[in-house]
Design a protein around this ligand. Structure first.
Ligand code: DGI
Length: 148
């Protein structure tokens, strides 16, 4: 079973899309094991986007991520990292195919609603940035054998 970090970024909250986006992960069959409402500070945003340090859009990306609350979630399931990336769609909302979250709800490159870890290794790093171990819940999902 794989775990991945999903963030609903400040534009998703401002646009009242928390429910519509979260529904897609539930409907796919993934299991939610961590959930919180967080206003990231600069230090957290810097760690989260460390890989982009030095790029022209870095400062604006940090400003965006710290501009308001985010919903941080950990989803678990078979191939959860790639499954979530597929549900999200391409980074640029204008290029993301219809049927994906960004394809259906986003037009911008930066304000693209959602973050999802891009590898299992990054997922475990990012989960540890946003969650304490005791904030992740191990619970028995009753239809698990039907879904995966
Ligand atoms: O994993 P993704 O979020 O799909 O994309 P990423 O890890 O390459 O980039 C992280 C975020 O940085 C992305 O969601 C939006 C922003 N970004 C990436 N490339 C550009 C960008 N923002 C601007 N303004 N211009 C870019 O070229």
């Amino acid at each position: 079973m794989q775990q991945t970090l999903i963030l609903l970024k400040p534009d998703a909250i401002q646009r009242r899309l928390i429910g519509s986006i979260t529904a897609r992960f539930e409907q796919k069959g993934l299991q939610l094991i961590g959930l919180k409402f967080v206003k990231a500070d600069r230090a957290l945003a810097e760690k989260h986007y460390a890989v982009h340090k030095g790029k022209p859009f870095y400062e604006s990306l940090l400003e965006f991520l710290t501009s308001g609350p985010t919903v941080a979630m950990v989803w678990q399931g078979r191939e959860a990292v790639q499954v979530c990336r597929n549900l999200m769609g391409l980074t640029d909302g204008a290029k993301a195919p219809p049927g994906t979250i960004r394809g259906d709800f986003a037009l911008s490159v930066q304000n693209n609603l959602i973050h999802g870890s891009d590898s299992a290794e990054n997922a475990s790093l990012e989960i540890s940035l946003w969650f304490k171990p005791e904030e992740l819940l191990n619970w028995n999902i009753v239809d698990g054998t039907w879904v995966s």
